[in-house]
Design a binder for this molecule. Structure first.
Ligand code: SF4
Length: 365
């Protein structure tokens, strides 16, 4: 395909190399492109002397979700979030749980164009408090994500990034200037896992976690998908937890979620609930205060407990809030210990519903 067929908007973060190729500097892959070539993510492509983002304004569909589904348990609990993504990804995880979107090549999943203001307006009209850049990674569509985020802030909506955190420092700083919360996927705690199963690297992800927690006001939560036989050894969970407490502190929530066989990893069984419970216990023993289980029915592991007195602060059953024992100032109703997060006097009442939404010509997913 000649480069004339490539359409898009000018991309940021690239430079021309001495040999004439263009190097994308959004993520640590540093794809080096000849005219007409696309990066590994497929959505950043070279046309002549410039690099383009080919998915600006293109979405794979919109849905209103509970914020707990991102998952974020300490950020405006109980409120609805408008979720959307585009296509492509900059990692190649064999166990991808969203592969129909992240691996989309022909853009057949992408529907009508949606202007940033149309998304912000639809989110506000649907009663959402935030918009989430999710399903695939906003790292690769950051120019579009930032334009949508600007429109959302104009309307008083918050912005949520759901990302694997595989991004270079300069674009990272720009993307997260526009974000209010993030859930970062920490896929495992070994370089071998990232190399073998994602063709990526662990260290840039750890750098992103430390950056977000120490250098920004973005509310951070972290998710690790536990895959039997690949990243669920107690010793690895212990090492992850020790690093987590030392570098991020005890108050950053950590979610252990259950894998289901998908994409190129159909030969591995679903994660047993006991593995998640064990991982949660190990992390708590290492000093983390807010550790959750996900993708399983585990009301105790999904609820928020006061680290001061042990009272149940927010009860959850899947994505439904079943109890709320916080004072209006976000402190434990029993002992007054503050709960870290972005909290309001009362929880939202969205519940566990998932509702497809049409946006500016986009059809419901
Ligand atoms: S964002 Fe895409 S094109 Fe750029 S370096 Fe990463 S994978 Fe390559």
């Amino acid at each position: 395909m000649g480069s004339d067929a490539i359409e898009g908007v000018p991309a940021r973060y690239w430079r021309r190399l001495a040999d004439g190729r263009i190097q994308c500097e959004v993520c640590p892959r540093y794809c080096k492109l000849h005219d007409g070539q696309r990066g590994l993510c497929f959505v950043r492509a070279r046309r002549g002397a410039e690099l383009l983002l080919t998915t600006w304004g293109r979405s794979s569909g919109f849905c209103v979700d509970p914020i707990e589904k991102k998952p974020l348990n300490h950020f405006l609990p109980g409120t609805p979030v408008l979720s959307f993504g585009t296509a492509g990804c900059n990692l190649t995880c064999k166990f991808c749980q969203n592969w129909d979107i992240s691996k989309a090549r022909a853009f057949d999943r992408l529907q009508e164009k949606a202007a940033p203001e149309a998304i912000a307006r639809a989110a506000a009209e649907a009663g959402c408090r935030s918009v989430a850049y999710t399903y695939n990674d906003p790292v690769i569509f950051l120019e579009y994500a930032i334009d949508v985020a600007l429109a959302c802030r104009e309307r008083g909506l918050s912005n949520v990034a759901v990302s694997a955190g595989y991004i270079c420092p300069e674009p990272r700083a720009e993307l997260y200037r526009h974000m209010d919360a993030a859930n970062i996927d920490l896929k495992a705690f070994t370089e071998g896992f990232y190399k073998k199963l994602c063709t990526g690297a662990l260290q840039p992800v750890l750098d992103t976690l430390v950056y977000l927690e120490r250098e920004t006001d973005v509310w951070l939560e972290v998710t690790t998908l536990l895959i039997p036989g690949h990243n669920d050894e107690p010793a690895e969970i212990a090492a992850l937890s020790a690093w987590f407490v030392e570098h991020l502190g005890p108050d950053v929530p950590l979610h252990f979620s259950a894998f289901h066989p998908d994409y190129k990893m159909l030969d591995v069984a679903r994660t047993p609930a006991g593995t998640l419970t064990q991982a949660r216990r190990i992390a708590l023993e290492h000093g983390l205060r807010y550790v959750y289980t996900g993708n399983v029915h585990d009301p105790a592991g999904q609820s928020t407990w006061c680290h001061g007195c042990g009272a149940k602060l927010i009860g959850r059953d899947w994505y439904d809030i079943t109890a709320w024992a916080l004072r209006a100032d976000g402190r434990c109703g029993a002992c007054g210990t503050p709960l870290p997060g972005v909290l309001e006097a009362r929880p939202g009442r969205w519940g566990g519903r998932r509702a497809p939404l049409a946006v500016a010509g986009n059809l419901p997913a």
